[in-house]
Ligand binder design. Structure first.
Ligand SMILES: O=C(CO)COP(=O)(O)O
Length: 127
């Protein structure tokens, strides 16, 4: 599967911990990420990740384009709902495209835990 990883700054530690916890599973997939998130995840876990630009510099739009081309199967996007983002229109566009194409997208740790368990169990193959 092609999986995207994205986290706003205040949520990066949470995403790093999450990906590290499920590193064995994430290693079985093709991983994509916005710039800083991808760098941090690779530094911590050693996972190989295709990195796009940083989110505020167009990375969210690059991931949105991958969704529109139906090249992504799942997205883990740990959003920070309490901090204004300079690129909020890009954030909204990414999430919107996920809904347009019915991409499983976890936007917080609660839904991420369920989504990764579904992926491990093979639910995506039967969807
Ligand atoms: O801003 C982001 C998502 O909207 C994430 O970008 P970075 O991974 O480059 O910090």
């Amino acid at each position: 599967m092609n999986i995207a990883l994205i986290a706003h700054d205040e949520k990066k530690e949470e995403l790093l911990k999450f990906v590290n916890e499920y590193k064995g599973e994430f290693a079985k997939h093709q991983l994509f990420a916005t710039g800083t998130t991808g760098l941090r995840v690779t530094e911590l876990t050693g996972l190989s990740i295709h990195r796009f630009k940083s989110g505020p510099l167009g990375g969210d739009q690059e991931i949105g384009a991958r969704i529109a081309n139906q090249e992504l199967d799942a997205v883990f996007f740990f959003r920070d709902p309490l901090t204004a983002q300079p690129h909020e229109p890009d954030v909204s566009a990414l999430v919107r495209l996920g809904d347009v194409y019915n991409i499983p997208m976890a936007t917080n740790i609660g839904s991420a835990n369920i989504l990764i368990k579904g992926i491990i169990r093979g639910d995506m193959q039967n969807a």
